[in-house]
Write a protein that binds this ligand. Structure first.
Ligand SMILES: [Zn+2]
Length: 210
C-alpha cells in the first residue's frame, strides 16, 4: 500500500494519503489545508480519490475537505458527534487568526467498528472520544498501522481544554481502543513524528496511570 504523510497548513496537520497500487484508488485522511501539496502526491502516484476521511472536525484537519470533495466527487466520512464542531469553523478560524474555510458536507457518518475499504484492504474505525466527542482513529490491521488523529501523539496526547474535550475520556479511549493493539503497530499521529503503540505504552508520560 502507498502511504504518504504530508504536514499541511500552519499547524502542520499530518494528512495521510493511502493508495492501492493495483486499482490506483486512494483515501485522503485529514485534508486540512494546502490542497496543492495533496494533489501533487495523488498525481505522482496516479491515484484517484475514492474517499475523504476526517478524524475530527478541527479546522486544521477539515479545512480543505470541501474543496477536495468538489474536485474529486469523493464522499466525506466523519463521526456524527463532531457535526456541531464542523458548524463552528468560523469560530475556530477566528480563534486561530485563520481565514474561514468552506464548510464541507458529510456524506457518510462513521460509527465505532465501521469498516472502510480501499481495494482489498480494510480500515477499521475506532471511536476514540476525548480530544473531541467525534474523534476517531483508523486501524489498518493488515498493515499494522494506526492513524491516530489527535488522540495519541509521540510522547503526548491530544489537548482536552478545547470545547468538547474531556481529559478522563481521552485516557479511557486510549486504554480501551489503542493500547489493546499490538506493540509493533506503527502510529501516524495528527501532528508530529510517527511512533509505535509499544513505544507510547512504555514512555508516554500521559499514559503512566493506565
Ligand atoms: Zn484537533
Amino acid at each position: 500500500m502507498i502511504h504518504e504523510v504530508i504536514p499541511v497548513g500552519p499547524l502542520q496537520c499530518n494528512c495521510s494519503i493511502l493508495g492501492d497500487e493495483e486499482t490506483r484508488t486512494a483515501l485522503v485522511v485529514d485534508p486540512g489545508d494546502e490542497l496543492g501539496k495533496i494533489q501533487e502526491v495523488l498525481d505522482r502516484h496516479r491515484l484517484r480519490v475514492s474517499g475523504i476521511i476526517i478524524t475530527h472536525a478541527h479546522i486544521d484537519h477539515i479545512g480543505a475537505a470541501a474543496r477536495l470533495r468538489r474536485q474529486t466527487q469523493a464522499p466525506v466520512y466523519m463521526n456524527e458527534n463532531d457535526l456541531a464542531l464542523r458548524a463552528q469553523l468560523a469560530m475556530q478560524a477566528q480563534l486561530l487568526g485563520m481565514e474561514e474555510p468552506e464548510e464541507t458536507e458529510i456524506d457518510i457518518t462513521l460509527q465505532d467498528a465501521a469498516t472502510i475499504e480501499l481495494a482489498a484492504s480494510k480500515l477499521i474505525v475506532l471511536h476514540t472520544p476525548g480530544h473531541t466527542q467525534g474523534s476517531i482513529s483508523l486501524h489498518l490491521p493488515a498493515e499494522k498501522k494506526l492513524l491516530a488523529g489527535d488522540t495519541l501523539c509521540r510522547d503526548s496526547i491530544g489537548r482536552t481544554d478545547l470545547p468538547g474535550g474531556d481529559g478522563h475520556q481521552i485516557l479511557v479511549s486510549i486504554r480501551d481502543k489503542l493500547l489493546t493493539l499490538d506493540d509493533d503497530t506503527e502510529v501516524t499521529p495528527g501532528h508530529g513524528p510517527a511512533t509505535t503503540i509499544g513505544r507510547e505504552r512504555e514512555f508516554n508520560y500521559f499514559l503512566r496511570t493506565l
